[in-house]
Ligand binder design. Structure first.
Ligand code: FAD
Length: 306
């Protein structure tokens, strides 16, 4: 039986495992891939104190740091259920095995919702981006599009407008659903165009993105814009579908946590992009992982016998 079992091995899970292991308690981490979303990232320039690194390199460092401690690392393993039994937590795996732990930390992350048009996959990290905080500066002085005119799309466009030459926002519906204060701010910017009723049909390019084609849903005409970057902003989906309703979550599936990372179920903690944290970034996920591990340790010394 573990004292702390971490489910999900991205930045949040890696950090939680290191913090837990440093308390000298029995720590395990299971994940379907060590590194998480970081593995899908090229340049990382906002992991403070490391000026520049690459995703796979950071994932490798994370793995190494965890392995440096007495942590049972279970890679390529998927959790399918978690339940609180009388005085312990049970985590069921895809292969039918059941692991027991006194506490658990959920750090299963999230995935960006994809638009699913030709060119999106091919040009991912070659002009197609999902995170304006991360990749905005790579498009300095260039023309980019933001797909999605809701709150996140409009926020992204305002953010990008300060860096890039021009931003074209494409909204599928006939109007933006963003908060009006954000819309007012957006429309006041000189280098932003907002297009409604626009259905993106293709992202084009050679080595990198060179343009985007969309259908005007009113006239049914296809239009093409030449640009160098496309930010897809149609939602971030937490990897929490496998959890049942006993763990409180928001309507979009994000796990609700308190300031110690505790969920609504005693002994189950959560950290990172799978939670209702306001911002989803590597450094934030790692901080939350540390918080959840310390929260779990605190829980252990108050609620369990050695
Ligand atoms: P994740 O990284 O999503 O890790 C969760 C892990 O849990 C994954 O390995 C997942 O496969 C695993 N998992 C999920 N469900 C299960 C299950 N049931 N059983 C077992 N394992 C499971 N942030 C920055 O700060 N700077 C950047 O430059 C940056 N660039 C980015 C570029 C891209 C293309 C993307 C997609 C994201 C970027 N981000 C960046 C965001 C950053 O990667 C995330 O905020 C961070 O990885 C979240 O960490 P996490 O540990 O919470 O989740």
């Amino acid at each position: 039986q573990f004292d702390v079992l971490v489910v999900g091995g991205g930045p949040a899970g890696g950090s939680a495992a290191v913090y837990a292991a440093r308390k000298g308690i029995r720590t395990g981490i299971l994940t379907d891939r060590v590194g998480g979303q970081v593995l899908d990232t090229n340049a990382i320039e906002n992991f403070i104190s490391v000026k520049q690194t690459e995703g796979p390199k950071l994932a490798g460092n994370l793995h190494e740091h965890v392995e440096d401690y007495n942590v049972d690392v279970m890679n390529q393993v998927q959790a399918t259920n978690i339940e609180r039994k009388d005085n312990h937590i049970e985590v069921e795996l895809e292969n039918g095995a059941v692991l027991q732990s006194k506490t658990a930390i959920l750090s299963t992350g999230a995935r960006w919702r994809q638009i699913g048009v030709p060119g999106e996959k091919e040009f991912k990290n070659k002009g197609v981006a999902y995170c304006p905080h991360c990749d905005g500066p790579l498009f300095e002085g260039k023309h980019v599009a933001v797909i999605g005119g809701g709150n996140s799309g409009v926020e992204a466009a305002i953010d990008l407008a300060g860096i890039v030459k021009h931003v074209t926002v494409l909204e599928f519906a006939s109007e933006s659903k963003a908060d009006s204060v954000l819309q007012d701010r957006l429309y006041s910017l000189p280098n932003v165009t907002f297009i409604t009723n626009a259905q993106t049909t293709e992202i084009t390019g050679d080595d990198t993105v060179t343009g985007l084609t969309y259908k005007d849903r009113i006239t049914e005409e296809n239009r093409h814009i030449e640009l160098e970057g496309v930010f897809v902003q149609i939602g971030l989906v937490p990897n929490t579908e496998w959890l049942d309703d006993s763990i409180e979550h928001t309507k979009t599936g994000e796990i609700v946590v308190d300031k110690k990372g505790a969920t609504s179920v005693p002994g189950i903690f959560a950290a990172g992009d799978c939670t209702d944290s306001a911002y989803k970034q590597i450094i934030i996920s790692m901080g939350q992982g540390a918080t959840a591990a310390l929260g779990a340790f605190d829980y252990l010394i108050r609620n369990t016998t050695p």
